[in-house]
Design a protein around this ligand. Sequence first.
Ligand code: HEM
Length: 457
Amino acid sequence: MTLAFSPPKPPYASYSGVGKLMPSDYWTYFRAMQRNPLEIWGEHHFSIRLAPFRFLGRSSLILNDPAAIHHCFVANAANFTMNPLRQAVLRPFLRDGLLTAEGDIWKTARKAVSPVFTPRKVNGFAPQIRAVCDSAAERLAGQAGATISVSDLMVDLTLDVLMETLFSGDEALDKARFTRGICDLLEISGIPHPFDLMHLPGWIPRVGQGKSRQVIADLRDQVGAVASARRAAPSPEQAGRTPDFLDLLLGAGLDDTAVIDNLLTFLAAGHETTARSLAWTLYLLSRDTQSRERVEAEIDAADLDGREAAGWTSQLPFTEAVLKESLRLYPSAPMLARTSQEWDLVVGLPVPAGTDVLVSTWLLHRQRDIWQHPDEFRPDRFLGDAAAAIPRDAYLPFGLGPRVCIGARFAMMEMVIVMACLLRHLRFDFAGERDPVPVMRITLQPDTPMPMRLSAR
Ligand code: HEM
């Protein structure tokens, strides 16, 4: 039997992180939150089921137990609203977009936006995604022999996919300016501000706030201008083109503000997450060449040109399993955070109102009691009987309950298409001096650019 690949992880924290954090632990905790929040976890957190702790007078409960998670996120979801720290980071930009809206506004928005994500509508985007990926593969084939940053490649490619599916590459949008704005914003808001960590009120000014306000206002203006121009333009049917997300949102009856909030939300929620998952997947395959050969053989044997790209997933089960295993090891949305509104009993544990309830999918997906060989890359666990045996609510890359990712189907389809289009012609070999370690910056980013040598297949 060959040994499975076990990718490197950040170091474990040395403090207990359970019960009341000691003042001496505060510095360790703050530093980890600024440098890499994955470093707040000690080794014991990977086998613990429930970990209550207090920090600066605030109670938190880490849920690493599927039954407890189900209670808070599904059965009694109404009692657990979005966590204030999460909202402090995301809401200034996304406002009442689906990811950050609450209460009745969220309910109305989810109902209005759901028809945009039906399987038929999502499948309708496959040809656009394939066209972007085919042209990227062609361009990359011309660079065979070069070493490129796969991290940057995936950020660019997935942004191209979103630009095409959100706006059909609308000429009213200055893509370079828009992309610069998105990158600036991610850099500014990727790390939680210490004042937010201390739950200080929002009216206290934060360093960098002025710059991020400016970037946000500019991005909103740009998207607003495209949306107004589109309202006045001929409909997709009249123009004889495939509807994009912008057409679908306008058709769903949303007003301009809601259209802007949600387009920016799809960008924020769908870009980095997909880009990072794809980059980690190529890295894992470059380190496990047996799995890579299986993926290549599967892609070579499939009749890709004879089928719509929307149907490729059913032809490529091992490729899909590789993507799922990559999302288990590197969940690109690594934290689900809520706050309880009223006292509750969570699998026998009393939870007072105002408790922050946290699911770290980084921990859950490597929970020692749930997963065999939790730190190893073993895509077969997502095939056949092994996949059926995965406990409910133990694998949550797209969240769960009423706030489950609305773009999950789109993301999985997109990632399969990217893999198929690239790996049918190209091979990526890791060429870094050391392996990348994940760093949490809202998503899970690699701490190196992931250099890989490109070759033609
Ligand atoms: C690999 C890619 C992706 C991952 C891992 C991912 C993960 C997630 C997770 C975990 C949530 C739940 C957050 C929570 O409960 O706090 C979520 C929500 C959401 N995602 Fe995704 N996502 C991905 C791609 C996408 C794409 C491509 C889109 C849109 C085009 C999208 C749009 C959204 C939206 C709008 C929500 C909020 C849903 C609501 O609250 O009603 N996501 N995503």
